[in-house]
Design a protein around this ligand. Structure first.
Ligand SMILES: [Zn+2]
Length: 62
């Protein structure tokens, strides 16, 4: 498990490394259970949405 997502409602899921890499050696991540979380890449960053309660988290682009 590389990252763990835990919502305020208690919904929890992990992101794991798939073993597949891109041409620069960066490994792809996948959600352990994609019924629990969805994410959207936007202009200004990334949104993580909890599929249980609908709470949305925003990660600003660096
Ligand atoms: Zn939630």
């Amino acid at each position: 498990m590389v990252l763990t997502f835990e919502c305020v409602c208690g919904n929890q899921t992990g992101l794991f490394a798939t073993g597949d890499r891109d041409e620069q050696g960066r490994e792809y991540l996948e959600a352990e259970d994609d019924d629990r979380i969805s994410w959207v890449m936007g202009e200004t960053g990334m949104l993580f949405k909890c599929s249980f309660c609908g709470h949305t988290y925003r990660l600003e682009k660096q």
